[in-house]
Ligand binder design. Structure first.
Ligand SMILES: Cc1cc2nc3c(=O)[nH]c(=O)nc-3n(C[C@H](O)[C@H](O)[C@H](O)COP(=O)(O)OP(=O)(O)OC[C@H]3O[C@@H](n4cnc5c(N)ncnc54)[C@H](O)[C@@H]3O)c2cc1C
Length: 355
């Protein structure tokens, strides 16, 4: 246990001190730490890769538990291969393991920062795939019942960047602490069908076709790096939580009022999904937008600004505070509401702070 700044545990590099800091290197250590915090009636923030959290500058007064358990186990799944992964295992290593071992299904999710245990929390997704497509089950510690509880895929209530795990989390404190995640993968070097048009184009195939999983991984990593969506200490555009806003899902009638070139995707009966990046850009917030009020000396855009590569990430250019990040987010959200009457919602969890 030692005094720890949340800014050193999060990819946006903002956030004040933890009241108490514990790192769990095994599942047993994680459960013991959770039980001790709960028995003491202490607030408990779970952090793994810190890539989907914005923590207040005042910090978090309770216990911050970093889940750092690692390990990947392959086992038989009746015609498929099951991969059971410890919660703290870095996610991209799992994708690399699968592709390297001739297992397909995860390749489109290459390069997403953070831990495996966090992937079911917001049903992590990219390039037309999300973890709900391959996830078999999640083993958790249920803090309310004081017992281990396993969820099947169907029981997790997955939605767009959503699951029962997220819905039962308050201020970064989950009812269910993920211990292991099991994926059902197919043996073979061909990828799952590539749904995303930009990725299919890059691979020289039609949407819905398959390619070599290794080629899909390579292209995804290349496309993501070009957008600052793979962590890189040398690239300030990656000091973010990735997309700060989710793509709004709205009734079809709302979308009908948008300009003709607005990207619109079907999202179920009577609903469509809009592009948050397009809405932000068309509301006058271009790449690199920052606020003079938060300006340090370094950049005209301020200590915090939209990524210089796309409009969806809010980035720490150096020396930004959580207040700077949130000020940019508020300005963007208000501008989109004013221009289009559509409210954007944050994707990262905001801990002890709000928009
Ligand atoms: C550059 C960049 C690109 C990104 N691209 C994508 C993308 O393409 N798609 C996407 O979906 N996301 C993306 N993200 C967001 C982020 O990487 C994912 O949400 C990731 O799964 C978060 O993992 P983490 O370990 O960093 O979670 P943390 O930020 O540490 O935690 C996030 C939430 O999960 C909870 N949590 C973490 N571990 C556990 C556990 N074991 N049990 C219970 N709760 C837990 C935390 O309490 C918190 O509520 C991106 C982020 C960055 C910085």
């Amino acid at each position: 246990m030692s005094l720890q700044l949340l800014s050193s545990l999060t990819t946006t590099a903002v956030g004040g001190p933890a009241g108490r800091y514990i790192e769990a290197r095994t599942e047993a250590e994680a459960v013991a730490a959770v039980r001790a915090a709960d028995a003491a009636g202490d607030g408990l923030l779970i952090v793994a890769g810190g890539s989907n959290l914005v923590v207040a500058d005042a910090g978090y007064p309770g216990t911050v538990l970093r889940i750092a358990s690692t390990g990947i186990r392959e086992h038989d799944g009746n015609g498929a291969v099951l991969l059971t992964v410890q919660a703290g295992h870095p996610w991209d290593e799992v994708v690399a393991h699968a592709v390297g071992h001739g297992l397909s299904g995860l390749e489109a999710l290459s390069g997403i920062p953070g831990s495996t245990g966090a992937t079911p929390v917001q049903n992590v997704g990219a390039y037309g795939a999300d973890v709900s497509h391959t996830l078999e089950s999640v083993r958790t510690w249920d803090r309310a019942e004081g017992t281990v509880k396993t969820f099947t895929n169907a029981e997790l209530g997955f939605g767009y960047r959503d699951s029962i795990l997220k819905r039962s989390t308050t201020n970064g404190s989950p009812r269910y602490v993920v211990l292991t995640v099991t994926f059902r993968l197919q043996a073979g070097t061909l990828s799952a069908p590539v749904a995303y048009a930009e990725l299919a184009r890059a691979l020289g195939i039609a949407p819905g076709e398959r390619a070599e999983a290794a080629a899909v991984r390579r292209e995804v990593l290349r496309l993501r790096a070009g957008k600052g969506m793979v962590l890189d200490p040398a690239d300030r555009d990656t000091f973010s939580t990735g997309s700060f806003f989710t793509n709004p899902v709205v009734p079809t009638a709302v979308a009908a009022a948008l300009p003709d070139d607005a990207p619109i995707y079907p999202a179920g009966e009577g609903l469509v999904k809009l592009s948050a990046a397009w809405l932000i850009d068309r509301s006058g917030f271009g790449k690199g937008f920052g606020l003079p009020g938060s300006a340090g000396e370094r950049l005209a855009g301020g200590r915090a600004s939209l990524s210089t590569k796309h409009t969806l990430a809010i980035t720490n250019r150096g020396g930004a505070t959580a207040a700077d990040i949130l000020a940019v987010a508020r300005a963007v959200r208000a501008g989109v509401t004013e221009r289009f009457g559509i409210e954007l919602h944050n994707e990262p969890l905001l801990i002890d702070c709000a928009l």
